[in-house]
Design a protein around this ligand. Structure first.
Ligand SMILES: [Fe+2]
Length: 219
């Protein structure tokens, strides 16, 4: 993966999220929990770094993704998060649990899925450098890592109609046959269109449905 021109180091980002977590006066009023979607708020942005508050209601997850060449860090403020993590171009994922106070920093080839599997909401603070401009979403299957789509992160109004149509196609393919042709599913996945977004939390509901369909298809 190609590194972007300007960026802080993961260690510097670790310090930023740790310091921001201590400064609760600057984000406590922004905490919201919504079962229909994660609540998030950008706390800071300049040319080199952006910082986000993310509020996780129970069961919410991100779908497996990288950060488009940015490095990053996050710290759990309250609750807990499980993380499947690995690296672009490598096989296998590992899983770990992060409790309140735990902090993770990562390089440009890092990919992960974060999920709140606890019975209470969770809050975390994330930093990326340079600020996110794209993210790649993946689906982990027994046959390996499948890239779904790269999503551009520069529009506040992503168009999801075509993506939802593609996801419906995937579901239909998976239901039509107990042993669906994986190639056809992968071709359908390739039709998932690029989404625009303006945050590290683009709308991925349809992608998650598509990923679930793919997982079911190879069982
Ligand atoms: Fe992430």
């Amino acid at each position: 993966m190609e590194l972007k021109d300007r960026h802080l180091t993961p260690r510097e980002l670790r310090e930023i999220v740790t310091e921001k977590a201590r400064d609760s006066d600057s984000w406590a009023a922004d905490i919201r929990f919504d079962l229909t979607e994660r609540h998030y708020r950008r706390l800071h942005r300049d040319d080199d770094v952006e910082v986000w508050l993310i509020c996780w209601d129970i069961g919410q997850d991100t779908l497996l993704h990288d950060h488009g060449g940015s490095v990053g860090a996050f710290t759990v403020v309250s609750g807990s998060l499980f993380e499947d993590f690995g690296a672009v171009g490598r096989t296998g994922l590992r899983t770990r649990r992060h409790a309140a106070g735990d902090t993770v920093s990562f390089g440009a080839d890092y990919l992960h899925n974060l999920v709140n599997v606890g019975t209470e909401p969770a809050v975390s603070i994330h930093a990326y450098s340079p600020p996110l401009s794209t993210m790649n979403f993946y689906c982990w299957l027994p046959t390996g890592m499948h890239h779904l789509r790269e999503l551009a992160c520069d529009s506040p109004e992503p168009e999801t109609t075509a993506l939802e149509t593609a996801a419906a196609t995937l579901r239909e393919l998976a239901c039509d046959s107990p042993e669906p042709e994986t190639t056809a599913l992968e071709a359908a996945a390739a039709t998932l269109r690029e989404l625009a977004c303006d945050s590290p939390e683009p709308e991925t509901t349809a992608l998650e449905a598509a990923a679930a369909t793919l997982r079911e298809a190879v069982r």
